[in-house]
Design a protein around this ligand. Structure first.
Ligand code: SAM
Length: 240
């Protein structure tokens, strides 16, 4: 645990969007933070993270700063925005401030926080960082749909729908549950793949967990265009 006199960057997972699904530790550190960085971007998930913690924050006592984050998936920080942000955070932390950066779900799982962490580690490896796990959308989806993620010797696999077709197919050839993230733009392609593999009946579409418009759709025929949302995933598990 970092002492109160020393600055620290906290990467805090706020869960899938339901304000009650943040950990006690995450909530405590958010309340105690001097500066709370709330990433904003083109995608809805970002403002959802800020909305999920709104009741924990005190805009009078705390400095709440919106950070425009590039949502690129590249390995390279092309426009240098993450490295500039990392440098600014390093200055805040070295001045003794407690800085919280919130992220939807878990910070170590396909999260924007990972771009920041990479730049910070490169720039100033000694700046204290503490990562507070969050409940991932994957776990929340399993609970909501009542679908086990793993049992006995089964495998459990998570694949972004943006992965190459061969990787998706390899995952779906396993004996356990597969979770496909970021499915909204790839839905038709995924559906065709599931049909080809004879797995369409095994797939459940889960959208906007813990948010308005939450839905679990067990028949892919019932997924309408307007159901396709960035905040959605597919759980695929053999029917028992
Ligand atoms: C960039 S990943 C972020 C994952 C996040 N760090 C986590 O732990 O859940 C974004 C994808 O996670 C899934 N996702 C995140 N929150 C969700 C929610 N509340 N409902 C459904 N899917 C969600 C969607 O597949 C979305 O496209």
């Amino acid at each position: 645990m970092t002492s109160a006199a020393t600055g620290c960057l906290y990467g805090i997972g706020v869960g899938p969007g339901d304000p009650e699904l943040i950990t006690l530790k995450g909530a405590r550190l958010l309340r105690a933070a001097d500066i709370v960085l709330t990433p904003v971007g083109a995608r809805s998930e970002i403002s959802i993270a800020a909305a999920a913690v709104a009741t924990l924050l005190d805009p009078v006592r705390q400095s709440i700063v919106e950070v425009v984050c590039p949502m690129q998936s590249d390995e390279v920080d092309r426009d240098g925005r993450w490295s500039r942000l990392a440098a600014e955070i390093a200055v805040m932390v070295q001045a003794g401030q407690q800085v919280a950066f919130i992220t939807l779900g878990d910070p170590m799982f396909y999260s924007t926080f990972l771009y920041l962490l990479r730049e910070l580690r490169t720039l100033t490896p000694t700046v204290p960082v503490e990562i507070v796990p969050g409940i991932s959308s994957v776990y929340a989806a399993a609970g909501l749909a009542g679908i086990p993620l793993g049992l006995n010797d089964e495998t459990f696999c998570v694949v972004p729908a943006t992965a190459p077709e061969a990787d998706l197919e390899a995952a779906l050839a396993g004996n356990g549950t597969v979770v496909l993230l970021k499915v909204y733009r790839a839905f038709d392609r995924l559906r065709a793949l599931l049909q080809r593999l004879g797995r369409e009946q095994d797939a459940v579409y889960v959208r906007r967990i813990g948010l308005s418009g939450e839905a679990v759709i067990r028949d892919l025929d019932q997924v309408r265009r307007e159901d396709l949302d960035y905040m959605s995933l597919l759980l695929v598990r053999k029917q028992s």
